[in-house]
Ligand binder design. Structure first.
Ligand code: URA
Length: 189
């Protein structure tokens, strides 16, 4: 099912991003993972390589995962809200998100993860109706997301944001993210 969906995404022309993409960026990691991580959209490096989180933000994410004892290749399945890069890395539009939704929902359905890590506000917006501040809801476990009962959704701060936050002091965004990831690993057991 995932392969079929990936093939469809590769040929997708449901929104204007197909005109500017180099590659569709479908997923990385393990199809047997219990943890699925969802980011925003591919950037320039991801568009070139066809894989999510391989640029600067991805490298920082890798460091955090390693420190938390999460193996990117075995413990995680990584995807994005959008499968194609928005020009200049602008935020995805409502229309683009709607056009791409069936791929993300299909990935969740096929993978059946026990935990979904919502990496940043854009990923969280796809699952929460209410307005929220990502800094307020990060690290919380939401197990009542409509249509996805039984899955624990846990928002975290996006590594692109952490690239601009250098402190590792207790309570800093980096410190909190590491603690969230350690908790996520336990939540998936
Ligand atoms: N940021 C994201 O949200 N996803 C990627 O794949 C890369 C950067």
């Amino acid at each position: 099912m995932l392969e079929k969906l990936e093939n469809e995404a590769r040929n997708c022309k449901a929104c204007g991003l197909c005109a500017t993409r180099i590659n569709t960026v479908f997923s990385d990691g393990s199809k047997n993972a219990k943890i699925m991580l969802i980011g925003e959209a591919p950037g320039a490096d991801e568009d070139k390589q066809g894989k999510p989180f391989v640029g600067r933000a991805g490298k920082l994410l890798n460091e955090f995962l390693k420190q938390a004892g999460i193996d990117r290749h075995k413990d995680l399945y990584i995807a994005n809200t959008l499968k194609c890069r928005p020009p200049e890395n602008r935020k995805p539009t409502k229309e683009e998100k709607a056009a791409c939704e069936r791929f993300l929902k299909g990935q969740i359905e096929a993978l059946k993860p026990s935990v979904i890590v919502l990496c940043g506000a854009t990923a969280a917006e796809s699952f929460f109706d209410k307005k929220f501040q990502i800094t307020k809801i990060r690290g919380e476990i939401f197990d009542n997301v409509k249509g996805f009962e039984g899955i624990k959704f846990i928002p975290i701060l996006h590594p692109s944001y952490l690239l601009r936050q250098h402190s590792t002091q207790e309570g800093s965004p980096r410190d909190l993210t590491l603690k969230d990831l350690i908790m996520i690993k336990k939540a998936a057991l």
